[in-house]
Design a protein around this ligand. Structure first.
Ligand code: PLP
Length: 436
């Protein structure tokens, strides 16, 4: 199909300057391993695993085959009142990776849906315990929890919120943890643990039994990679436990090996009550999200309802879609067979060395990183974010795909990346940033 401007205008693109894109379309038509290919056949190195989705590399035949076979065997079944084996098998595989005790998995189709599902789980759990007065939710400044109304209300990035009305009431935001004194710190910084005491202040403000749940990304990803200070997540855990507040880790980016462990909860040794996940669950090959909950949360909600009636009035037409489950099972099998989480842990030192070596560039404002996730922040141009947007284009033109937010290039290579791939990412970044 010839891509006239008129035809391009039919697709209203998300989080994209549509007019700009349609003047200069940047298309991908093929992908393989670490690379995308544009219509001219030019190879573009994938520096962000797509959108943090594809740690096993692109177009894995095992996943494609599993999905194709599934679609020819059982293409669709409702998950309301009906089941299929893949859903139970995948829930079992996911539960084997989550921290001990988070053994029940609710499927949805995206990270945004996982967040809204987790909000409902929190309210349903407290109501089932006769604590329905817990109507407050807590999240953080600069957080990204997707784009549904619940996740938008929890989110802490102003451009994602300001257009969309009053959002949900009773959401309070903890301060974010990006402190100027932590500039260029590799890994978790010392200092700043007291930022978690904002939660205690909220308890003091609204009451000991008014907060349902606290949502945090263990490492805030989409906002530009913000790490928790040492001891911060532990402090949140302590306060949540003291007041019966559910702690939800949004691991949509961190989950499935990005930190070098199955989940950031494992990497940081802090166990939440609920984990939301998506993206790498299917290596990006099918849309899917999930929520893992602690056993007693599941039991409380399920056991509170009369026998023979649904216990949780929530779910999606495509919950546990057979093709997504097939993709998930094939993906988790690859992670296990190729020991990709260990590979991520092993490659992390080399990757972070390469990213932190960019700090000699005058145009670099900050670098932050953990595991195979790093934010390289450039000094702002005319307006905040203008230079980041420009940098993203420059990198693409030089053969590197990177997700930018504001003035931060978010680097998240696939776990199959070679050292040469990392070197190439660093050298393209260096060349482009050297112009500032
Ligand atoms: N939560 C976090 C932490 C994310 O990073 C994202 C997406 O980047 C989401 C939720 C939303 O996921 P989705 O875009 O699949 O709805």
């Amino acid at each position: 199909m010839e891509m006239t401007l008129e035809k391009l205008e039919r697709h209203w693109m998300p989080f994209t300057p549509n007019r700009d894109f349609k003047r200069h379309p940047r298309m991908f038509v093929r992908a393989s391993g670490m690379h995308y290919f544009d219509p001219s056949g030019r190879q573009v190195l994938d520096g962000s695993s797509g959108l943090f989705c594809s740690p096993a590399g692109h177009c894995r035949p095992e996943i494609a085959q599993a999905v194709a076979e599934q679609l020819q065997t059982l293409d669709y079944t409702p998950s309301f009142l009906r089941g299929h084996p893949g859903a139970f098998a995948l829930a079992d595989r996911v539960a084997a990776l989550t921290p001990k005790g988070l053994d029940h998995v609710f499927f949805c189709n995206s990270g945004s849906e996982a967040i809204d599902t987790a909000i409902k789980v929190a309210f349903a759990y407290h109501l089932a315990r006769n604590e329905g007065q817990r109507t407050y939710l807590i999240s953080r400044e600069r957080a990204y929890h997707g784009v549904n109304i619940g996740g938008t209300a929890l989110g802490g990035m102003v451009r994602n919120r300001e257009t969309f009305g009053a959002l949900m009431p009773a959401v309070l935001h903890l301060r974010h943890t990006l402190l100027p004194e932590h500039r260029l710190t590799r890994g978790l910084a010392a200092g700043g643990v007291e930022l978690a005491d904002d939660l205690q202040r909220f308890v003091n403000l609204v009451g000991e039994k008014r907060i349902a749940a606290v949502f945090v990304e263990p490492i805030a990803g989409s906002t530009g990679v913000i790490l928790p200070p040492r001891g911060y997540l532990e402090r949140l855990r302590e306060i949540c436990t003291r007041y019966g507040i559910l702690l939800v880790f949004d691991e949509v980016i961190c989950g499935f090996g990005r930190t070098g462990a199955p989940f950031a909860a494992t990497a940081f040794g802090v166990t939440p009550d609920v984990i939301t996940m998506a993206k790498a669950l299917t290596n990006g090959a099918q849309p899917m999200g999930a929520v893992a909950v602690r056993d007693d949360i599941y039991r409380t909600i399920v056991d509170a309802a009369p026998d023979g009636l649904p216990e949780f009035f929530h779910g999606y037409t495509y919950t546990a879609h057979p093709a997504a489950c097939a993709a998930g099972l094939a993906t988790l099998a690859i992670y296990e067979r190729e020991k990709l989480f260990a590979r991520a842990a092993e490659l992390s030192g080399y990757f972070l060395d390469a990213m932190f070596a960019l700090q000699d560039l005058a145009g670099v404002a900050d670098i932050r990183g953990f595991g195979l996730l790093a934010g390289v922040e450039v000094k702002p141009g005319k307006a905040p974010g203008a230079r980041g947007a420009e940098l993203q284009g420059k990198l693409f033109d030089r053969g590197l795909h990177v997700k930018t937010t504001g003035d931060v290039a978010i680097m998240a290579p696939a776990f199959i990346a070679s050292r040469a791939d990392i070197d190439q990412m660093a050298s393209i970044l260096r060349e482009a940033i050297a112009e500032y």
